[in-house]
Design a protein around this ligand. Structure first.
Ligand code: URA
Length: 208
């Protein structure tokens, strides 16, 4: 499985700011989108293009256009919404597929409560958005449902990933490519990533 840790000074700097305890909701939200924007730039760098001739200012010009039905962005509710604007800044025409899952407290299995996928998803690359790849349970359930819908090209964009979640993803879906600003140390006993960012959903939405 390919794990791309985006080692760019801007990404590293912004991730460092995100780790600050005292950050306001406004700044956490803004920085999450900024890092997501930079990660999505990397995650789309091998999108296929095709030559098209256009009417330029001085006659015909051959340009490169991104090919066909290209992308769907898949924010996982709720925290993935905090990365959506940043990614859509880079790919404004992308269709958005929303996935909401909760964990059944008895079976511990993820249960779908809201899923609305883009049409022709089988022809699109899916970019899953979630700030934190922690245990990997929600991510794997999301990949399962995207594959069931016919999606063949799936990438995940995470602000921070834990080795435990990456290992689980590798076991279940080794074809999924990961783009992240950092692979952190480990999970704590409550499933939080260390050093991590804390509860990303609460910080993005200003809840607690
Ligand atoms: N979800 C979060 O918001 N933070 C973590 O550290 C792990 C999961």
């Amino acid at each position: 499985m390919a794990v791309h840790v985006v080692d760019h000074p801007l990404v590293k700097h912004k991730l460092g700011l995100l780790r600050q305890k005292s950050l306001s909701t406004k700044d956490f939200r803004a920085l999450s989108n900024e890092v997501a924007r930079l990660l999505s730039y990397e995650a789309t760098k091998d999108l296929e293009t095709e030559k098209v001739t256009i009417d330029g200012w001085n006659g015909d010009v051959e340009i490169d256009n991104i090919k066909g039905k290209t992308l769907t962005v898949v924010p996982i509710l709720r925290a993935g919404i905090g990365m959506l604007d940043g990614v859509l800044d880079m790919v404004p025409g992308a269709k958005v597929s929303v996935v909401g899952l909760f964990r059944n407290e008895e079976t511990l299995e993820p249960v779908e409560y809201y899923v609305k996928l883009a049409n022709n998803i089988q022809d699109r690359m899916a970019l899953i958005l979630d700030p934190m790849l922690a245990t990997g349970g929600t991510l794997i359930a999301t990949v399962d449902l995207l594959k069931k819908a016919g999606c063949k090209n799936i990438r995940g964009i995470f602000l921070v990933a834990a080795p435990e979640g990456l290992k689980k993803l590798e076991e279940k879906h080794p074809d999924v490519e990961v783009y992240t600003a950092s692979v952190d140390d480990c999970l704590n006993e409550n499933g939080y990533i260390l050093p991590g960012l804390g509860d990303a959903g609460d910080k993005i939405f200003g809840t607690k």
